[in-house]
Design a protein around this ligand. Structure first.
Ligand code: NAP
Length: 246
């Protein structure tokens, strides 16, 4: 259970982040639902949590903006008194073959997925170090481990998230703060809904479980890593991919 914990979930207006927000709230956490553009959907997540008797607030912040992340995290701490769990889930894709990829598409994906993760960790750890406790969970991807044609920017960002996770884990371990990554495989969300049927069929053929995962599969893994029981696990990458990466 996460009773009384303050949990920030970035990119929680939809998909995996939404599932994590719902799961954490159902376990008693006060959830800060971060979003970038989808205010209505973020409010929908908040309403769903409150209707089930949970606690949540919404907070707009583009995680790629360093200064806005400082204000965001400081405001959460000021308002709620602590920051116990940070889930760096916000992420985007801008796919294209390497030789045709624009500099802008490369930078945008790195700035959101990798620098965005750094930005929030940068300010959250200050508070967690004072508390001498904390859980940080960063969303990587199977693609950050295996690479994928057409996703040089995304694969680089997600491999970077793994390196960042391991470095941060070493830096804060002495204060009993854990930092781990989850590497989802193919999960049914808006991000994968845009894939063509041919790409989806090709992906399923590679997955030992022969199907895409659900956002709830990732939320369950996040809830475990955020729990008291996972207190001696740090610097790890938990693959939740139906066996794709075996
Ligand atoms: P999604 O359905 O596309 O949702 C992305 C979320 O990220 C949205 O809530 C979005 O907010 C938020 N976001 C995007 N840019 C942001 C920014 N600059 N600042 C703050 N929030 C931002 O994606 P998903 O499939 O749930 O993926 C969630 C995470 O899992 C991502 O990091 C993704 O790379 C990773 N992942 C997904 C899969 C998969 O198969 N789905 C596989 C491996 C890894 P708005 O709605 O406000 O724009």
């Amino acid at each position: 259970m996460l009773t009384g914990k303050v949990a920030v979930v970035t990119g929680a207006s939809r998909g995996i982040g939404k599932a994590i927000a719902l799961k954490f709230a159902s376990q008693g956490a006060m959830v800060v639902i971060n979003y970038n553009g989808s205010k209505d959907r973020a409010e929908g997540v908040k309403n769903e949590i409150e209707a089930a008797g949970g606690k949540a607030v919404i907070y707009q912040c583009d995680v790629s903006d360093y200064e806005k992340c400082e204000t965001f995290i400081q405001n959460v701490i000021k308002e709620y008194g602590s920051l116990d769990i940070l889930i760096n889930n916000a992420g985007i894709t801008k796919d294209g073959l390497l030789m045709k990829m624009s500099e802008e598409d490369f930078d945008k994906v790195i700035e959101t997925n990798l620098k965005g993760t750094f930005n929030t960790i940068r300010f959250a750890t200050r508070q967690m170090l004072k508390q001498r406790s904390g859980r940080i969970i960063n969303m990587s991807s199977v693609v950050g481990v295996t690479g994928n044609a057409g996703q040089a920017n995304y694969a680089a960002s997600k491999a970077g998230v793994i390196g960042l996770t391991k470095a941060a884990a070493r830096e804060v371990a002495s204060r009993q703060i854990t930092v781990n990554a989850i590497a989802p495989g193919f999960i049914e969300t808006d991000m994968t809904a845009v894939l063509s049927d041919k790409v989806k069929e090709g992906a399923i053929a590679q997955i030992p479980f022969c199907k895409f995962g659900k956002a709830e599969d990732i939320a369950a893994a996040a809830a475990f890593l955020a729990s008291e029981e996972a207190g001696y696990i740090t610097g790890q990458v938990l693959h939740v991919d139906g066996g794709l990466c075996i």
